[in-house]
Design a protein around this ligand. Structure first.
Ligand SMILES: [Zn+2]
Length: 155
């Protein structure tokens, strides 16, 4: 199997919540695509409930794009401790940190219907929890987000 960079991260040595540059790729035309690890919970110390991370996905998809240009994708991690974000270019980590904080503040304050929640727009539209999503955003903000360096596993 191809090597997967996230399997090289020592998940016991990071301190969530954080933003981390997880990878950088160059297209054949030389454009950069950066992948960020936006971690809300400490790995292996809990997980965001499926309905809550689904709502976070819907809200962060819009709010991160409000605060950061050239976002390609924001997707939940299967381990449910955070999100991955792909972005064109090489935004600096401090800028990504600021954008994530601003987007989480928007999530914490979100008191309208969740965007994209209907049978037409979503693959599991009944599975949402806005209150829990807002609580996770508040928790991360109150704990204080930082830039996390990648600490590789020693193999
Ligand atoms: Zn959905």
């Amino acid at each position: 199997m191809a090597n997967v960079e996230s399997f090289d991260l020592d998940h016991t040595k990071v301190h969530a919540p954080y933003v981390r540059l997880a990878g950088l790729k160059r297209t054949p035309h030389g454009d950069a695509i950066s992948k960020y690890d936006l971690r809300l919970l400490q790995p292996n110390a809990g997980a965001i409930e499926p309905a809550a991370i689904h709502t976070l996905e819907h809200l962060l998809a819009g709010y991160l794009r409000d605060h950061l240009e050239h976002v390609v994708d924001v997707s939940p991690m299967g381990c449910r401790t955070g999100m991955y974000m792909a972005v064109i270019g090489e935004p600096d980590e401090a800028g990504v940190l600021q954008a994530f904080e601003s987007a989480l503040s928007d999530v914490a304050a979100h008191d309208r219907p969740i965007p994209g929640v209907s049978e037409l727009e979503c693959g599991n539209y009944r599975d949402h929890d806005l209150d829990a999503a807002r609580q996770h955003a508040r928790d991360a903000l109150s704990q204080g987000l930082k830039v996390q360096q990648t600490i590789l596993l020693e193999r």
